[in-house]
Design a protein around this ligand. Structure first.
Ligand SMILES: [Zn+2]
Length: 430
């Protein structure tokens, strides 16, 4: 019976690997010097976790740990809700290792999926328990499969919202620069006009949680960035997605691309390199959340030769700093998402550090990566804050990230759905 013994061996391997990766859910009584609940920093608080949920959170004198609860308490630490990455590409890795076109054209989906499983683990271990992954860039619906493997506990990784292939206008997207006789696969699915209805529905059917559309892109041999879809086309995409209960989100860097996307009803704008006060106000009026992806802009400038703090800032960075300030000034809701994948997975905090460097208050950045992102992604009943009934996604870091945002790099404890994935030097007793 070779079949039976091999499946038994696989089962044993699976149970063994899961116990190595994660402890089984139990009851926990967790304290830290500070507890950030998603909105406010508290001192003298405790959190109770039972099974996969937060059973209670509040001042220690009001919170009693259940009998037999595992107690977790570390000196000089802050407990925060599991962080939410707002813009990742688990199927990409830094372009200074392998450029984007080569990853898309020459690497098989299975090779890229193998890498993605490691990227997912690195994301979780960095304290990011949820991610919105905005396109596989040529790896089809492999994100739907990775999401499933994480949900089933086969591999460790963050809770995922996935976009699948994403939608681009014909002729706009890469890889580019090949003889026009060649058929070159695209990094996203091209569609136009009335066909957009079919494509949106097809993507939803194959597992997309969000529809991602490229509202502008570099066109033609010189690649100048111009709007892609008409306002009507964008409305078609948004309405088709919305009727199935799914949001549409837009890559947009030009003012006209952003304007059309906002008027069409997208829920988030990604990058927005040329955002100004006026557009920020328009976005605010339409309840659109802005994801500046500063870390990607900085990474790409550095891959192009910029040495930060040594060589003069390139125009792209000068523009990015200016537009970031204008966005803050406009009062638009700022989300946190770095376009990680352009830079290394597990380095997600880099976006938060740069948001502070570009002028945002550290506590506001913490909110962006927790309660604000949760609301923007319709997950605020589930994650992004520490209160009774929420999923037990909890992260402990050394120090105080509301003062020094980089303290988020000193992760000592990661819990997702009540399961402990990381525990470093934490006091732990029954
Ligand atoms: Zn992206």
């Amino acid at each position: 019976m070779p079949m039976k013994s091999s499946s038994l061996a696989f089962f044993l391997f699976l149970s063994w690997s899961l116990t190595v990766v994660a402890q089984r859910p139990a009851s926990y009584y967790i304290t830290a010097d500070r507890i950030f609940d998603g909105e406010v920093m508290h001192e003298g608080w405790a959190v109770i976790v039972e099974h996969d949920k937060i059973a209670a959170a509040g001042p220690k004198e009001k919170i009693k740990g259940p009998v037999g609860a595992i107690r977790i308490s570390n000196a000089n630490t802050t407990l925060v809700p599991g962080l939410i990455e707002g813009h990742s590409h688990l199927f990409l890795y830094p372009y200074n290792i392998t450029d984007w076109s080569t990853q898309v054209l020459k690497e098989s989906d299975s090779y890229r999926t193998a890498r993605a499983t490691v990227h997912a683990k690195n994301t979780l271990m960095a304290g990011f328990t949820t991610t919105r992954d905005l396109g596989t860039e040529g790896a089809g619906y492999s994100d739907v499969a990775v999401k499933r493997a994480i949900e089933e506990g086969i591999i460790p990784g963050p809770r995922m919202l996935v976009a699948g292939r994403a939608i681009v206008a014909t002729g706009s997207y890469g890889p580019k620069g090949y003889d026009t006789d060649m058929h070159i696969m695209s990094g996203a699915e091209a569609a136009d006009g009335p066909d957009l209805v079919r494509v949106v529905r097809d993507q939803i059917g194959k597992g997309a949680d969000v529809i991602k559309v490229y509202a502008d892109y570099g066109w033609g041999p010189h690649g100048d960035i111009q709007p892609t879809f008409s306002l009507e086309e964008l409305k078609t995409i948004v309405e088709t997605a919305r009727s199935s209960g799914r949001p549409t989100v837009a890559h947009a860097t030009t003012r006209e691309g952003m304007r059309r996307a906002v008027l069409a009803g997208v829920e988030t704008i990604e990058h927005g390199d040329l955002i100004d006060v006026e557009l920020g106000k328009l976005m605010k009026e339409h309840k659109v959340t802005y994801f500046p992806t500063v870390a990607a802009s900085e990474a790409i400038a550095q891959y192009d030769g910029w040495v930060k703090d040594k060589t003069p800032e390139p125009q792209s960075i000068i523009d990015k700093k200016k537009s970031f300030k204008e966005a803050l000034q406009s009062g638009v809701t700022m989300g946190m998402g770095g376009d990680v994948g352009v830079f290394a997975h597990g380095e997600n905090v880099r976006e938060m550090e740069l948001m502070v460097e570009y002028g945002m208050n550290a506590l506001e950045v913490l909110k962006a990566a927790t309660s604000v992102n949760a609301r923007a992604f319709h997950l605020d009943g589930l994650v992004g804050s520490i209160k009774e009934g929420m999923k037990a996604d909890l992260v402990i870091v050394t120090g105080n990230p509301a003062v020094t945002i980089s303290d988020l790099r000193m992760v000592v404890f990661v819990m997702k759905n009540g399961v402990v994935y990381k525990q470093e030097g934490a006091a732990l007793d029954k």
